[in-house]
Design a binder for this molecule. Sequence first.
Ligand code: ZN
Ligand code: ZN
Length: 361
Amino acid sequence: MYTRLDRLRAILVGRELPALLVTTPANVRYLSGFTGSNGALLITSNANLLFTDSRYLIQAAREAPTFAVREIINPERPLPVALKAVAAELGLPRIAFEAAYVTVAGHRGLSEALAGVAELTPVEGLVERLREVKDPDELQTLRRAIAITDAAFAATLPRLRPEMTEREAAWMLEVALRIGGAEAISFPIIVAAGPNSALPHARPGDEPLGLNRPIIIDMGARVDGYHADLTRTVTLGEPDERFRQIYAIVLEAQRRAIAGMRPGALTHEVDALARSYIAAMGYGDHFGHGLGHGVGLDVHEGPGLRRAQPEAPGVPLQAGMVTSVEPGIYIEGWGGVRIEDLVLVTADGCTVLSQAPKLNV
Ligand code: ZN
Ligand code: ZN
């Protein structure tokens, strides 16, 4: 079986890159296991180096045993200076860096230190592409995060009362996630009641949950760095006819998209399965966001299920990808309905990982 580093090296060889400097924290963790706040990796054809400072030397040896640790000392030997020494020692003519993460100031520091020693080459998305396909360890962790999320939602739902505020409900959900075993919440929990639920990313406030109106709950547990992401729309009391109709449309849109998920299916085609149904039912102008996103060490990562753009065409799904499928319909002044599950692409189709209950409408 190929390791993550083997797969990365194959890409570096293909692109004729002698070395990659990895500074994006999620990529550092993915490749090395190191979780400290100050870490950078240098991956060459035959060396794995981890740069960190004295606070993390013991942790680095424990979490990243296959990496040789090089100490950074500020201000005497910051990363660019330590990197220069390694470039000279290993005779590296070029070092690729992660353009999406290095700041302008960081780039200036690197190019000044490496002047005359090694050239800097910007690259984007190399490690992120690898991260899109989960290995068995990652799937196991994601499943745990998802199970904690499902259980926290199911345990909290019967305790919600119309007079509670969105903020109180969000806190109850957060407590349930933490007691259930989450190391953190994946993102600030959304509880949006009534007209607030028309805002896809509403922030919980003083609004009471109220009766007979939509309440969108969007939440997730983080476990060992991996993020779950779940949305359910509920009502306290009896949902009215409009709610039932819209809920049924969103649920059917989700079902259609999931039915189309298999290796080789293109991301924008999966998006279209849900989007075209919502449009056909007359709500095309009320579903503005993408259908879904990958989850993993970031709560939003590749691949994105969305309309194809000239600069971002659709990509084929692969077995091992885990994405959200979260169609929604949002109506200003009334509210919204969004239903979000996490789905694993398998060799012959897909499996819905989220198990939190949905409404029978
Ligand atoms: Zn979500
Ligand atoms: Zn999501």
